[in-house]
Design a protein around this ligand. Sequence first.
Ligand code: ADP
Length: 423
Amino acid sequence: MTRALLGCIADDFTGATDLANNLVRAGMRVVQAMGVPTAPLDAEADAIVVALKSRTIPKDGAIAQSLAALQWLQAQGAEQIYFKYCSTFDSTAEGNIGPVTDALMQALGTDFTIATPAFPDNKRTVFKGYLFVGDVLLNESGMQNHPLTPMADPNLVRVLQAQTESRVGLIDHSVVAQGEAAIRARIAQLQAEGVRMAVVDAVSNADLLRLGPALKGMPLVTAGSGVAIGLPGNFGVAPSNEAARLPAAQGLQAIVSGSCSVATNQQVMDFIKAGQPALAIDPLRIAAGVDVAAEALAWAEGHIGQGTVLVYSTAEPSAVRAIQGQLGSDKAGAMVEETIAAIARGLVQRGVRQLIVAGGETSGACVQALGITQMRIGAQIDPGVPWCHAVAPDAADGLHITLKSGNFGSTDFFTKAFAQLQA
Ligand code: ADP
């Protein structure tokens, strides 16, 4: 095993893949682990991303999980630690960004770090410490109504200061625009004033690439996934296609979809319109006790030898509301996730080695059912969605898998993704 250069701790699952994707594009070979592994990494990687589910849990749990991830990453030789949170700085009333950052700083024995969710590729920019989503401030973006992490204040210095005893400061755009030396000078000035965490302005990738060199040697960086584009250069790593290289694709192809987002509805329609075999599963039949997974697998066996098959619960909002009205949204969600995960596993047992999973929660359920504990990150299919490669109990020879969260991907994603894999 080579020594991992960058050790990353992500506070949710799809956010971890988003970060991994940016690191691969910047030239690093990346492995993503689901939760804190119990054994050393058995793959070569320049960066490791440990995916936690710590964003909205009570802060003590988030701290404990993050410290466990830190310890494991240090044991893998990580030279710099990257705490990754959402590009909309999603925080609960307790944090958890501030408390986790404090705990990591203490464990690392460091007294300064940065904090910036800026991700210009995804229209998240920070100016004068204020976070913009597209053309509007964070608190006008819809995030003020988020069910778990409502964001009512767009000023990140204030938001972070409310989560920590550490003093929070700002490295504003006039400094970032001047580049590494000016940023380092500002950091020294802030440290002299007793500031321990600095929000950093960035409105473009050029800003992030200017910031990167100034972060060389900083034990802890905290950020969204954007800052990642400027870090690999500090380790002498340059963008290359090599980083995204996965083993050659083999086996059968399938798609399972439990996402009801607008983009996924279009992708399912596009696949069906192209005349490809697709089977809809009905949540009410699952609720009635029918073994829908077994039925779907029997159907798939008849088609899978000839090409890609799709099994989906994807439905328009009105249909989803009707089901939720009858079953309750939690129960409907959990039942459908469990069924789709069983189908995904059955498909892999039947020889599928190229699998698309659509839906964030659905992906979590499928990865768990497949017993996947780590994935190597490959080339991006669409922004934020890379192909990955994993070994699983039912696929000891390895499996290509991509986890597409709801609104990601172009309309022809389901055909494009497989075409890219064969190229
Ligand atoms: P997305 O990434 O699009 O938000 P998720 O998988 O995260 O997709 O969430 C979709 C949720 O909706 C899951 O809990 C899934 O089980 C549930 N679901 C899927 N299909 C249906 C349906 N037809 N009716 C009700 N709920 C559904």
